[in-house]
Design a protein around this ligand. Structure first.
Ligand code: GDP
Length: 195
């Protein structure tokens, strides 16, 4: 995928604000600090388009990025903030649930997990929830550069087993530092978005 343009569109706090251009949407989900902003920046070859700092408190915004006038990345706020209240967590859940199950242009959810560690209980519930609703998922193992080439297969296996991924589903090993996995992920996105 050649990136001709990429721009931030809106931090949408309600469905009324979601873009109505009908372009396919790729959502990105993962717990806070998993490397989501870094991945977005790397995919778009931008240094600082997505803010590479977690933003506690902004738990109910979907950040939309338009790419090549062809598709949107939709940055879903990270789950698992320790500091947010129960009511905020519930509001987060309702917003995400509605978006993921009802949003017509949604084509694929990239679920990010930290490749260094086994997926957390929250990662597992997110994955099971998406699978239950038959939402197309691509799991991305982030921060792969922090492992040696030798360690990678073992960690990939733990991610697959902990989430219970079917063999046919790809697990993309990704690094925002080295660009590992970038081409593979773009080709999965292009296919899902029918580009
Ligand atoms: P977010 O909260 O999910 O958006 O996570 P960020 O993109 O802000 O990343 C969290 C921290 O992990 C930052 O300190 C990043 O520099 C670091 N990080 C993110 N991706 C990578 C990666 O691929 N490799 C390495 N070594 N560090 C990463």
């Amino acid at each position: 995928m050649k990136i001709k343009s990429s721009e931030f569109v809106i931090s949408a706090v309600s469905p009324k604000q979601y873009p109505d251009e009908g372009l396919p949407e790729i959502a990105l989900a993962g717990r806070s600090n998993v490397g989501k902003s870094s991945l977005i920046n790397k995919m778009l070859l931008r240094k600082n388009l997505a803010r590479t700092s977690s933003q506690p408190g902004k738990t109910q915004q979907l950040n939309y990025y338009r790419i090549n006038e062809e598709l949107f990345f939709v940055d879903v706020p990270g789950y698992g903030y320790a500091k947010v209240s129960k009511s905020e967590r519930e509001a987060w859940g309702r917003m995400i649930e509605k978006y993921m199950t009802e949003r017509e242009p949604l084509r694929l959810v990239l679920q990010l997990v930290d490749l260094r560690h086994p997926p957390t209980a929250l990662d597992v519930s997110m994955y099971e929830w998406l699978s239950h609703y038959d939402i197309p998922i691509c799991v991305v193992g982030t921060k792969a550069d922090k492992l040696t080439k030798n360690q990678m297969p073992k960690h990939a296996k733990i991610v697959r087993e902990t989430l219970g991924m079917p063999k046919s589903q790809p697990l993309v090993l990704f690094s925002s530092e080295t660009g590992m996995g970038r081409d593979e992920l773009w080709s999965i996105i292009e296919q899902a978005a029918d580009l």
